[in-house]
Design a protein around this ligand. Sequence first.
Ligand code: KIV
Ligand code: ZN
Length: 435
Amino acid sequence: KYQRTYFNVENAPMRWIKKDYVDHAPIWCSVDLRDGNQSLIIPMSLEEKLEFFKMLVKVGFKEIEVGFPAASETEYEFLRALIDQNLIPDDVTIQVLTQAREHIIRKTFDALKGAKKAIVHLYNSTSVAQREQVFKKSKEEIIQIAVDGAKLIKSIADETKGNYQFEYSPESFTQTEMDFAADICNAVIDVLKPTPENKVIINLPVTVQVSMPHVYANQIEYMCDHLHERENIIVSLHPHNDRGCGVADSEMGLLAGADRIEGTLFGNGERTGNVDIITLAMNMYSQGVEPNLDFTNIPEIIEVYERVTRMHVYERSPYSGELVFAAFSGSHQDAIAKGMKWREEKQLDTWTVPYLPVDPQDVGRQYDGGVIRINSQSGKGGIGYLLEQKYGYDTPKEMREDIGYLMKGISDHRHQELKSDEILEIFKQEYFNKT
Ligand code: KIV
Ligand code: ZN
């Protein structure tokens, strides 16, 4: 909707800039129903997963990882319900996760019977720590696990003539030696034989975040340069957020050449979560990139999310938290009030209001009650703006100071925020009853 004038990719001093990045969003894949769900205190019931799935479709996700069907009965039954009740829109591809183990792969394909199309997501762990401590296997043996898994999914897909796309994740990728990560991915690619019509997704997870975003970006760049048949490969990112850098990892990883991102709404997921797709999408939106996801009603999404996951959206969560567009302090209120007036007078089609990164209305937040909020920190500008915008009282300049001190004082004394109807009430009492 708004074109940002300051965003100029040519000026960004990074050697891994992908020149056409500003023109399009990546392919998004929601892993809410798998990674998000597996880390909840109480995982979602079948009905809750169905409601969440419908919401993800409404938001516009075209790829949705719906679960790990071999992991539990609910996961299996949920996938069956989606297929049997024909609940998957034609333009949406479901994705299912499977370990590279024969009985798990077979059960996964059982659960997929009758699916019009699906992404089969195969993984095994590749880091030094996992190889040495958990699997106690050599590099060659770890490659063999991946290759055997890839051969099996390919042969079942060929036998059943299903419409399947394949994804492979070297789990714990970022803690793996890069030459080994490339070797194992290439061994899998050679088995899966990608084509331009059926590309293979190579998903490179930050399973546990242990290094800085530029390190991940360099790892992604290395993989983009070393993968076989790069033109038939979709390079996917899957950042977790242990160091609080999930968004930075994703943005840097995209600039380094990736094509796709797996993440969740509000950053739900294992430990500190997966990357928050709302933040990523809205960051792009605010810089003139169409995210192809509809977050114009975040309060409605929060309602469903909090109910079915039993999680809470943090008040300061970027773009979605209840307080992220709120201004209590006088100087911020004054600047916002002036910015809004300026915008109105100049009829701007860009968003330039100070202290507000995007127009709150673009994510379904109202100015009224959501932006200028009054407490003891507030100033005359904000209170005057509120009285004028909401109630039509264009108070004289001399009077504004008076009203400001009055409202601040009452809020301070009560140790409470004053809602706009209380402000109107006090204003009327003080000025109309006196005259
Ligand atoms: O975080 C991770 O590594 C995963 C894999 C299964 C992709 O969730
Ligand atoms: Zn994960």
